[in-house]
Design a protein around this ligand. Structure first.
Ligand SMILES: O=P(O)(O)OC[C@H]1O[C@H](OP(=O)(O)OP(=O)(O)O)[C@H](O)[C@@H]1O
Ligand SMILES: Nc1nc2[nH]cnc2c(=O)[nH]1
Length: 185
């Protein structure tokens, strides 16, 4: 393994738009995951939850948080999208619901970003309607907007300005989800 691969990619290949601005670097993101995981470990140990990354963006934060969670859990996913490949939200479109029954379960949703909060609000409602006993929400970033989101997340790692952000699961026209830091255009 070269030193470059062990410390993450260099920035040479990234080909970011000229207007992209770094908002949170890789180190800040890693610290945020540590802090979120510590809080979730404190609150969810012993509940044997069903953890549901909200696809697609929730895949990356879930992949980072899961190895930090020190209790027994099951993993599935839930897939709904409101932005498609664009930068403006619309109606929520369902792609896939969890395969297992949520009845009586503790369910923890993991997503990349809370913006208007409409996606998370709809998914929390869905989980309750399916009979979940407890529904928790964890997002890597919360966008600072003038208007409060439709729902707050139980856990968030970092705040971002009211701009379109990408990296750490969040796409820019369906690219750049794998970037280890957070950028804005
Ligand atoms: O708080 P909101 O304004 O509802 O926005 C947040 C949602 O937007 C993004 O999903 P998107 O619809 O872009 O799908 P993706 O996960 O495939 O990127 C993100 O992953 C959240 O799920
Ligand atoms: N990639 C990305 N997805 C979002 N979904 C809601 N807001 C955003 C955002 O700022 N960036």
């Amino acid at each position: 393994m070269t030193s470059e691969t062990s410390h993450g990619p260099s920035e040479d290949w990234m080909d970011l738009p000229e207007t992209a601005e770094l908002i949170h670097d890789q180190h800040a993101v890693a610290t945020a995951y540590d802090e979120m995981a510590a809080a979730i470990n404190r609150d969810w140990a012993g509940t044997e939850p069903l953890v549901l990354p909200v696809m697609l963006g929730g895949l990356v934060p879930a992949g980072q948080l899961l190895p930090r969670l020190l209790f027994s859990l099951q993993l599935e996913s839930i897939h709904a999208t409101r932005y498609g490949g664009g930068t403006r939200g619309g109606e929520l479109n369902w792609v896939a619901r969890p395969r297992s029954s949520l009845k009586g379960r503790s369910v923890l949703l993991i997503d990349d970003i809370l913006d208007e909060g409409l996606t998370l609000k709809a998914l929390v409602k869905y989980c309750h309607e399916e009979g979940a006993a407890r529904v928790g929400t964890a997002v890597l970033v919360r966008k600072k907007r003038d208007k409060a989101p439709a729902i707050e997340a139980d856990y968030y790692g970092l705040e971002v300005p009211d701009r379109y952000v990408f990296g750490c699961g969040m796409d820019l026209y369906e690219y750049h989800r794998q970037l280890p830091a957070i950028y804005a255009i």
